[in-house]
Design a protein around this ligand. Structure first.
Ligand code: MOS
Length: 705
């Protein structure tokens, strides 16, 4: 193990375990007004009239007419209104905000407002949508020839559901207008500069008149990537109108029902096989965006790039659409479109193997990509693909093959078992040339006369440990103790824009910039003097630029790899499906802190097991999400933690700090394929959707599937 990998006490450990860490809800409630949103009760409607009761002194209505800039939230496109105009597009669409000094009174006023709607026919099912927000088509080879020459052709459909990020801390922000007119926002978020851009546009303010400060954030998982931009604009407009600080912190129900989630999907595959080689795939992917575009374009891009899995498919045709429905807008969630398609392709490969009469593992091994092969988008796998060694390791510790053969024999008795394996990658960092063309990350190191060095970067620590790993890199390169490195929560007045905390880019991309800055500072170190060094992102020279129109080229500089085995036991009497073991190997390059990486992998595996098996969320016939509490939306608890074994494989990436690449997404991307293969074995049937819950198990047992 590299020296940098050995674990340290996390930078935020003591403040968090002692309860001293300050979250948005911990700020004094004196001198702030409470804001609460009135949300649409209809999935699609025109607003005819809004009757607000006479407000007590000190209470305000804030709506679209109060937006000083543009009534749009700048995310990727600018279609999300800050407050509704003449119509509403989903149940929960924000119409106005009531602001006032007593929280209960604000809530009471909200319940007394009467909105008259002219109801329109909503589109609630992605199959029925005829409004395509984004469409991409790409491919390679000669698909027709490959299908014509195939020994066998298979067709299948797969479906995946919503997933809620279920962070510990709900969304919450506080906005105030300073004496000089500057808008300052603090609170829970992943991407301070995303909020910065959105607020400047909605407020009609120049960049220097907007300041965003991240507070200690209780988890994000993507759920605080795009959503806080919306809330920030609303809170800023409110503070501007009422001339006092405004605090908006969501309750759990509001957060679960109305903030972004993972896109539900429907994928259709046609696959050609010759001998034991997959020669072609023809894939159609549809993601349910919900009512506004938010991050659907980029989520879909990643999903499509992953649609052919870790397999070398010479002839490929992929069509993907993100469609509009009158449901809650979906956004970023750990894995960002990849869990949906990886589940589909892994399950498809299992079904093909079954039909061919060979072990799924054999079929997969025969079709794996190798270093130097083309990627799905005709880029290259530039670096070694360590999957074969990782498969060996995970097979060995889980006894996969033996169990898989054993459980394939007809099982008797009340309890049935199954075991499954999936293999996946995560394209590390932004898709395409976003890093080079849009983000253009900048970082700084500020050395104080006393020899302490402060990291100036906009990446937020949302529990993933970036304060600690950034600090370790800088301390190592400068050869100074860890406690001489300062890493505060980002404040856009103090830190340059080093981009968002997303896509496992922070450590790989910004961590490397910090390492280079530290080298520079070490070489030019003047004792006793204040010094500042700065680093700018440069795209690695080995990359073929990704062409978004052709959907061609290196979508990612490098890839992290994962192999996951999951074993289940099903109780045929109660239909309880229990994960009894999970074994995995993850190649994240050099782990910058073994405990942090292992913790992320274990947590992600559980989140992936939840996504696959119990996290069921759906909209009812009117378009309302009913699973808005943890009694109606089940996530794994400590009692659901199986025997977990996480191993790390370190295939170093020469352009990442000390060889590090992306980590966080892998376990979530890979869990569904392994879980479903295991459930199929236990139930002796083919399955094609997640989550596959106890209720679904009961349907199979009762023969109702
Ligand atoms: Mo994200 S889904 O926070 O890259």
């Amino acid at each position: 193990m590299e020296q940098i990998s050995s674990s340290v006490i996390k930078k935020d450990h003591f403040s968090k375990v002692s309860g001293q860490a300050v979250y948005a809800a911990d700020y004094s409630k004196d001198e702030v007004l409470f804001g609460q949103l009135l949300r649409s009760a209809k999935a699609k409607a025109r607003i005819l009239n809004i009757s607000v009761p006479k407000l007590p002194e000190g209470y305000f209505v804030v709506d679209e007419n109060d937006v000083p800039g543009v009534n749009r939230v700048s995310i990727v496109l600018d279609d999300t209104p800050v407050f509704a105009e003449e119509g509403v597009e989903y149940i929960g669409d924000p119409i106005l905000m009531i602001v006032g000094p007593v929280e209960e009174t604000v809530q009471e006023i909200i319940t007394k407002i009467v909105v008259e709607y002219e109801e329109l026919k909503p589109v609630l099912d992605l199959r029925e949508s005829d409004e395509v927000f984004f469409e991409y088509n790409y491919g390679k080879g000669d698909i027709q020839k490959a299908f014509a020459e195939a020994d066998k052709v298979y067709m299948e459909e797969f479906e995946t559901g919503y997933q809620e990020q279920a962070y510990l801390e709900t969304n919450g922000l506080i906005a105030k207008i300073q004496d000089d007119g500057k808008v300052t926002i603090n609170g829970s978020m992943q991407c301070p500069y995303y909020l910065h851009g959105a607020v400047a546009k909605a407020m009609g303010a120049t960049a220097d008149k907007v300041q965003i400060i991240q507070d200690v954030t209780g988890g994000g998982f993507g759920g605080k990537e795009d959503y806080p931009s919306i809330l920030a604009c609303q809170a800023a407009v409110a503070a501007y109108k009422v001339k006092k600080p405004v605090r908006v912190i969501f309750g759990r129900r509001e957060d679960m029902e109305f903030t972004s989630k993972r896109h539900p999907s429907l994928t259709k595959y046609r696959i050609a096989v010759k001998g034991n080689k997959v020669t072609a795939m023809d894939i159609d992917v549809i993601y349910n965006s919900g009512a506004y575009t938010t991050l659907s374009a980029v989520v879909l891009q990643r999903g499509l790039i992953c649609a052919s899995g870790v397999y070398d498919v010479p002839n490929l045709k992929v069509r993907g659409r993100a469609v509009k429905t009158n449901t809650v807008p979906c956004g970023a969630f750990r894995g960002f479109g990849a869990p949906q398609t990886f589940f589909a392709v892994e399950t498809l490969m299992n079904h093909v193997a079954k039909d061919l009469g060979i072990e799924a593992l054999e079929l997969k091994k025969l079709n794996l990509v190798k270093q130097g092969n083309f990627t799905s988008t005709s880029g290259k796998y530039h670096f070694p693909v360590p999957l074969p060694e990782m498969i060996e390791k995970v097979s060995e510790v889980s006894d996969y093959l033996k169990k898989h053969k054993y459980y394939n024999r007809s099982q008797a008795g009340r309890y049935r078992r199954g075991i499954g394996m999936s293999m996946i990658f995560h394209g590390a960092g932004f898709t395409g040339s976003g890093e080079r063309d849009h983000i253009k990350a900048v970082t700084k190191l500020h050395k104080y006369p006393d020899g302490r060095v402060e990291i100036l970067a906009s990446n937020s620590d949302i529990g993933q440990g970036i304060k600690t790993t950034f600090s370790k890199i800088v301390a190592k390169e400068l050869e100074i103790p860890l406690d001489k490195v300062i890493c505060e929560n980002p404040d856009t007045d103090r830190v340059p824009d080093s981009g968002p905390t997303v896509a496992s880019r922070s450590l790989m991309v910004v961590g490397e910039l910090l390492r280079r800055a530290a080298v520079n500072l070490r070489l030019n170190w003047i004792p006793g003097e204040e010094q500042v060094v700065e680093e700018h992102y440069k795209e690695p020279d080995f990359m073929t630029s990704f062409n978004m129109d052709k959907f061609e080229g290196d979508a990612y500089p490098t890839y992290s790899w994962g192999v996951i085995v999951i074993e289940v036991e099903v109780d045929l009497l109660t239909a309880a499906n229990t994960v009894i073991g999970a074994w995995a190997s993850f190649d994240v390059g050099t782990p910058i802190d073994v405990n942090i990486v292992t913790g992320q992998m274990e947590g992600g595996l559980l989140q992936g097991i939840g996504y696959s098996s119990m996290e069921y969320m759906t909209a009812d016939k009117k378009g309302r999400i009913r699973n808005n509490s943890y009694s109606d939306y089940l996530i794994p608890t400590s009692l659901d933690v199986p025997n977990l074994m996480v191993m790390l494989h370190a295939e170093k990436y020469p352009y990442g700090p000390y060889g590090a690449k992306g980590a966080g997404e892998l376990p979530l991307v890979g869990a569904p394929g392994a879980y479903i293969e295991a459930m199929e074995q236990a139930l002796d049937t083919d399955l094609n959707h997640i989550p596959f819950t106890a209720e679904d198990t009961m349907k199979v047992i009762m023969g109702e599937k």
